[in-house]
Ligand binder design. Structure first.
Ligand SMILES: [Zn+2]
Length: 139
């Protein structure tokens, strides 16, 4: 199995980015990546743009790799919207499966956190003692 094939198995949601480097940093796995999409769609009007305004790095929490925290250091671009009638003059590209507007974690990690919050909320609501997690009835 090649590194590319391994990457597609372990990180299937990262197929829209180019993985530049994977390293271990303490208890974290750090993935340095960049986008390789030719254009981005304006989130306001939907028009595609290739005109880059600037680049910057985003740090995005992702689902665990093994039992280790995963951080994606993603280099993304800001684009000019080419639609003169659009209210958005500049917008940040979003990478499907990796970023959401102004989000600091991937959609996958967001789903895990939501499920965890719901489970803990249900547990708190169903405990007759209104106690923290150490209650014998709740485990
Ligand atoms: Zn636009």
């Amino acid at each position: 199995m090649s590194v590319s094939e391994l990457s597609s198995v372990v990180f299937p949601h990262l197929h829209h980015v180019r993985i530049d480097r994977v390293s271990s940093a303490g208890r974290s796995v750090r993935i340095e990546a960049s986008t390789h999409l030719v254009h981005a769609l304006c989130p306001n009007c939907g028009l595609a743009s290739k005109r880059v305004h600037n680049r910057y790095r985003r740090r995005i929490g992702d689902t665990a790799t093994g039992s280790r925290e995963t951080l994606i250091h993603l280099r993304v671009r800001l684009f000019f919207c080419l639609n003169a009638a659009c209210e958005k003059q500049i917008f940040a590209e979003q990478v499907p499966g990796v970023t959401v507007g102004h989000g600091r974690h991937s959609p996958g990690l967001g789903a895990v956190l939501t499920a965890l919050a719901l489970a803990l909320g249900v547990r708190a609501l169903t405990c007759p003692h209104s106690c923290p997690a150490r209650c014998p009835c709740c485990g």
